[in-house]
Write a protein that binds this ligand. Structure first.
Ligand SMILES: Cc1ncc(COP(=O)(O)O)c(C=O)c1O
Length: 437
């Protein structure tokens, strides 16, 4: 009879062979091979981890998820981490938890949240979905981040939180933002979906706020295919977010716990008003929740990716710097991206804003680059208030959104991810030269 161990070894060897075969076939032909703005960077290790997790067939969130959370929170220096099925879900959980009656100081309906109009939709959406009022302030035209000097003027008696992304991996002005939050007792949510491994004043982005959120979609610094995480240093907020992630239940023991009495040993020991004495804590609901868990297979892939993060970051920084040095000669045509002096960015991408008098349109340049098989992207929604789905949202604008409008009309980005080799980068810069000839 076949031995399971031997069979598994055979499968693993074949997986390695498949990876090697595919890798050997990879070529780059100028103008023919598409240069993605981003993509999955992996080798046989991620494939082996995924196959191993599939063979194990635990499937649902379990041991790999626990291991991933431990590694991820330790890497960032946060106390708690929750894995989720996306960055969008992480944002939804963060805002929902801050509105939960299960925390001591919840945000109430129609309270105000200061944020930016240049945003990824699902950074803003949970504010709207939780019936809060977004208050938009402008961004800086070259860092693309919330202009911290405008936040204080936007604060009202109803303001409860500041929610923003470190745009395209560029750290926002965390010292100023945290000082304002402290002065007015505001919650801070850092959307760090594009900024894993970026640093501000020696601390990781995603380790300052009450919540930080991460995405492991294929385009991001590390990937699980789809996936996300949520970090916090507050046990109260962690429990509220966990409850929302796991159907709204009150019990905060990990899913898949084998002890029949729960990990805490008190599964049947509680008494809640309106429920029978000792009602199973697994079926007590303290929030109106969701199910936003990832699979354990995703977490197995994530664990391998996390080991590679320092190398990924080096490659992103190298590509960004090479592109920056090249683009300097076109500074009369573009506003080049800027990082703050205290920031050390692991850029998600290379944003460019076409100057008013540059003599060409964004459409002309991006269609030219796309025709050369070089992928470009818009800076997400631009000023999201111009998007069809957002025409009728309840909101307030503080000051002018001049730079946000400029992004809508004039900004796009190129890739810097580790899959862009020196050869590909040279082709990109040659094509940009060709456009200007
Ligand atoms: C800043 C930002 N926030 C949130 C998200 C959503 O992440 P996900 O695609 O994992 O839902 C993204 C996605 O790219 C993003 O760039």
């Amino acid at each position: 009879m076949a031995d399971e161990k031997l069979l598994k070894q055979e499968i693993m060897d074949k997986v390695k062979e498949i990876y090697k075969l595919r890798k050997a076939k990879e070529t780059f032909v100028k103008g023919k091979t598409r240069i993605g703005y981003s993509g999955r960077c992996f080798d046989e290790k991620e494939m082996l981890a995924a196959v191993d997790a599939v063979l194990d067939f635990w499937l649902t969130l379990g041991p790999k998820g626990i291991e991933f959370c431990e590694s991820f929170k330790n890497y960032l220096g946060n106390k708690h981490c929750l894995v989720t099925n996306s960055g969008s879900s992480s944002n939804l959980l963060a805002i929902s938890a801050l509105c939960s009656d299960s925390i001591a100081n919840p945000i109430r309906p129609w309270d105000e949240v200061i944020t930016t109009a240049v945003t990824f939709p699902t950074t803003l959406n949970p504010i709207i979905q939780n019936k809060l009022t977004p208050v938009f302030v402008d961004i800086e035209e070259d860092t693309y981040n919330i202009d911290a000097s405008l936040i204080e003027a936007a604060v009202s008696s109803k303001t409860r939180a500041i929610v923003f992304a470190h745009t395209l991996g560029n750290p926002a002005e965390m010292d100023k933002i945290m000082a304002i939050a402290k002065k007015y007792k505001l919650y801070v949510v850092e959307d760090t979906c594009d900024a894993l491994d970026s640093i501000y004043e020696g601390k990781y982005c995603g380790s300052f706020g009450d919540f930080s959120t991460f995405s492991f979609y294929a385009a991001h610094h590390i990937t699980m295919g789809e996936g996300g995480a949520l970090c916090t240093n507050s046990s109260e907020l962690y429990r509220a977010a966990l409850s929302y992630r796991d159907w709204g239940r009150a019990c905060y023991c990990q899913t898949g716990e084998k002890n029949p009495n729960g990990a805490c040993g008190h599964r049947f020991d509680f008494k809640f008003k309106g429920l029978p004495e000792g009602y199973d804590h697994k079926y007590v609901y303290s929030n109106i929740g969701y199910n936003l868990k990832p699979l354990d297979i995703q977490c197995a892939i994530g664990l391998e990716q996390l080991k590679k993060l320092p190398d990924f970051t080096k490659a992103r920084k190298k590509n960004f710097n090479l592109l920056y040095d090249f683009m300097k000669k076109y500074e009369d045509k573009f506003i080049l991206p800027r990082s703050l002096p205290k920031a050390d960015a692991s850029w998600f991408a290379f944003p460019l804003t076409i100057r008013e008098d540059a003599g060409f349109t964004k459409k002309a340049l991006v269609t030219f680059l796309e025709s050369k098989n070089i992928e470009t992207r818009m800076l997400f929604a631009g000023n999201i208030l111009n998007q069809p789905g957002y025409k009728n949202i309840n909101h307030r604008i503080s000051g002018q959104l001049t730079n946000s409008d400029q992004v809508l009309h004039k900004t796009f980005f190129l890739g810097v991810y580790p899959g862009i080799t020196q050869e590909k980068l040279e082709y990109i810069t040659d094509c940009i030269d060709e456009f200007f000839k």
